[in-house]
Ligand binder design. Structure first.
Ligand code: HAH
Length: 334
């Protein structure tokens, strides 16, 4: 007989003595997935609504309505909240980097804008958001360069990262401050992220953790690479969080766009992966303080549009009807 929802254990409760269990949410999913979220998750992250372009689309015009609704949802359900994200090359409006004549701003002007944005946003959610992704994705994927080429880097210089952490610490001295990135378990990029974060730690920059986005698929990253990444980052004495976990059912080479449901083989492999990944994560309780999925159930995921537009994906522990998948049972029975 199929298991009915009454007998399903709460993921968050099963993992209570290990780490927090989070989900990225938006205004739609806090309605459509409300019951699922309330039962299984004790933390949320705004998928988009706390990004720069959504919070300050024009200079000095802050639009907190959507973000406030998500924060209120967290409060109602006694959930923690992670902040995502303050300084990033994406989803940041052009005005930030230009003056009123459309020319590039100076270093000092841009630093001032960075600081003003952080002060306003972080002070608003002080006491509610316990942890911020201060800088997102500042490291290159390929090539010998360490720093991704962005307007922040161009205009301010390499110290834009430490400035961001210093401003963040001043804005909310109680918040935990994270550096967050993807392909974090790829050995080449791992070493670059390590080098960057180590340089911050060595300089005494206020940084408390490394966020591993953990956008993985059926074979990537390998368990060995994930373990090595955890060990490497943890050796810096910082806390780690998986900040955007999902396990795509499409490997990199798989370009099919015609599936209306995952194949049996995909589900089998995904189940195994989730089981192995959580087994590994449990080993590092204490170092890993939270595991946040970039969504909650297969009815909504950003992967439906990325990297192949309009291709449905099924990356979570709960299916399109919010019922536990095989992977869920493997994750909670240990
Ligand atoms: C993440 N980037 C971002 O941190 C998050 O804010 C967004 O909602 C989804 C994914 C991952 C990423 C990307 O944006 C582009 C290429 C590779 C990976």
């Amino acid at each position: 007989m199929a298991k009915t929802s009454v007998e399903v254990s709460s993921l968050q409760k099963v993992y209570e003595s290990y780490f927090n269990i989070g989900a990225a949410v938006n205004l739609r999913t806090i309605e459509t997935q409300q019951n699922l979220l309330a039962k299984h998750f004790n933390s949320i992250t705004a998928e988009n609504d706390m990004k720069f372009e959504l919070l300050q689309p024009e200079e000095g015009k802050f639009t907190f309505e959507r973000a406030d609704k998500l924060a209120a949802f967290a409060q109602t359900h006694r959930m923690k909240m992670r902040g995502h994200t303050l300084v990033w090359h994406n989803q940041t409006p052009d005005w930030v980097f230009e003056n009123s004549n459309g020319e590039q701003v100076t270093r000092d002007q841009l630093l001032q804008r960075m600081k003003d944005h952080m002060n306003t946003v972080m002070q608003r959610y002080k006491g509610q958001i316990y942890c911020w992704d201060v800088v997102n994705e500042a490291v290159t994927d390929e090539g010998p360069e360490l720093y991704r080429k962005t307007n922040w880097l161009d205009i301010i210089g390499e110290d834009y990262i430490e400035k961001a952490f210093e401003f963040a610490h001043a804005a909310d001295p109680d918040a935990l401050l994270f550096y967050n990135d993807y392909n974090e378990s790829n050995p080449g990029k791992r070493e670059k992220i390590y080098q960057l974060v180590k340089s911050l730690v060595d300089k005494g920059v206020p940084i408390h953790g490394v966020g591993l986005q953990a956008h993985w698929n059926l074979t990537n990253s390998s368990l060995e690479d994930i373990r090595a990444a955890i060990e490497r980052y943890a050796s810096l004495g910082l806390k780690l969080q998986l900040t955007e976990l999902d396990i795509s059912v499409f490997n990199h080479e798989d370009k099919r766009t015609d599936l209306i449901e995952p194949t049996a083989e995909m589900i089998e492999l995904q189940t195994q992966r989730y089981q192995q990944v959580f087994e590994l994560l449990r080993e590092y309780r204490g170092v890993i303080t939270a595991v946040t999925f970039w969504g909650a159930a297969d009815d909504y995921t950003w992967l439906n549009d990325f990297p192949v537009r309009g291709r449905k994906n099924w990356p979570f522990l709960f299916d399109e009807n919010h019922q536990p998948k095989e992977a869920f049972w493997k994750v909670i029975n240990f």
